[in-house]
Design a protein around this ligand. Structure first.
Ligand code: NAG
Ligand code: NAG
Ligand code: NAG
Length: 366
């Protein structure tokens, strides 16, 4: 989980809002009364939203603070939807509406995925497990025009929670669930909590962030299937004891991965070849406000290449308007996006893909 325009971006945004409000006031004689009415309406919406999302704040001060954030998020969302400037996706007021972007950047703490990726390329020859270079799907010449793993190899959308930056564990487990389903015909939901609890010696840091590759390395060393979701349920906290010797939790009949590979970097064709064959974990830049509030359509940015989030590519297609997209499964619950999924622009002008989606893509092997 990770998001946000920089503080500077935010103050620009606030200044912009202020200008809008002032412009509105100077053109309206009954300004103060009007604003009062809108404010009241907004507060009512906030309370309805609180009820819908079961939100309770510890005191009036906290509630006021959350209200201010809610209000500014709602204004941002409504302004975007009113003036999309050619963009074909929409935003909505979802469960993140009372949070500032920087509160949702759990995965960033201390992790620079780009630095990590470049380090990995250099050290890949000395890595114990599977050098990254061999691309299994290099010789694939024909792929379908569109593909959708959600009908066969994808479990229901999960929710990592607000305060645990465990997106990397979800992005790892989803591709293992996918490969398992493809190979065994059995769609099993597997355990993110096992990954969180058991990979601390693999440079992963639970709710503070981690790496898909390190989670694969744990599984390879463990040399056994992951536990099932039910056997080792998600708690959205880290620091727990690793319970991987409770073998009765292990998903029976599920695959044991023996390696993992990186899709050749900055190459959306290579990514297509891989996704046509199995779901793929990717790091992306999900820091924009628009990403956080996305509710449908093909996302076309804004975003950079700050790879602070991880998701799973589970398909691809082209819209009737000829917009090519990747279908990504997120771990922010079903309320976000299109039932928990996002369609995001494919075959972007820059090699790294939109939001850096082609920079760090990984798939497990058996
Ligand atoms: C692709 O084909 C070439 C030539 O036959 C072969 O050397 C290479 O190993 C193949 N690559 C893969 C990934 O199968
Ligand atoms: C993994 O487990 C299998 C079956 O128990 C065993 O045959 C194999 O040697 C093990 N592999 C490693 C790398 O430990
Ligand atoms: C990317 O993330 C880093 C670490 O959080 C932050 O310092 C930097 O400002 C971000 N860059 C952009 C362009 O947002």
């Amino acid at each position: 989980m990770a998001l946000l325009i920089t503080n500077q971006g935010q103050s620009i945004c606030l200044a912009f809002l202020l200008v809008l409000i002032l412009a509105f006031c100077s053109s309206q004689a009954s300004c103060s009364r009007q604003l009062y009415g809108e404010e009241k309406n907004m507060f009512q919406r906030f309370e309805e939203w609180m009820t819908k999302h079961g939100r309770v704040y510890k005191d009036a001060q906290e509630k006021e603070l959350r209200y201010d954030i809610f209000k500014s998020n709602v204004e941002f969302i409504e302004a975007f939807n009113k003036n999309k400037d050619g963009r074909k996706y929409t935003l909505s007021i979802n469960k993140f509406a009372d949070r500032k972007n920087e509160e949702l950047r759990a995965m960033r703490n201390g992790y620079n995925v780009r630095q990590h990726l470049s380090k990995e390329v250099i050290t890949s020859n000395s890595m114990k497990v599977s050098p990254n270079t061999f691309f299994k799907y290099a010789n694939v010449t024909v792929v379908p025009l569109s593909w959708d793993w959600t009908t066969s190899a994808v479990t229901p959308v999960k929710d990592q929670g607000y305060d645990c930056g465990s997106c990397w564990a979800f992005a790892t487990v989803a591709v293992v669930e996918g490969l398992n389903s493809i190979m065994t015909g059995n769609l099993l939901s597997l355990s993110e909590q096992e990954i969180i609890d058991c990979t601390t010696s693999f440079e992963d840091d639970g709710c503070h962030g981690g790496f898909v590759e390190k989670a694969f390395e744990y599984m390879i060393q463990r040399n056994m299937s992951l536990s099932t979701e039910d056997g080792y349920p998600y708690k959205a906290v880290d620091g727990g004891v690793c319970l991987d010797d409770f073998n009765n939790n292990v998903a029976s009949g599920a695959i044991t991965i023996t390696g993992y590979k990186q899709v050749p970097q900055n190459n959306e064709i290579a990514l297509l070849l891989a996704v046509a064959n199995q779901p793929v974990s990717v790091y992306i830049d999900a820091e924009a406000e628009e990403f956080k509030h996305y509710s449908g359509g093909v996302y076309t940015g804004p975003c950079g290449t700050n790879l602070t989030h991880a998701v799973t590519i589970v398909g691809y297609d082209t819209t009737e308007d000829d917009e090519k997209y990747w279908l990504i499964k997120n771990s922010w619950g079903e309320e976000w996006g299109e039932g928990g999924y996002m369609r995001i622009q494919r075959d972007f002008d820059a090699n790294e893909g939109l939001c850096g989606i082609a920079m760090g893509a990984f798939y497990p092997t058996v």
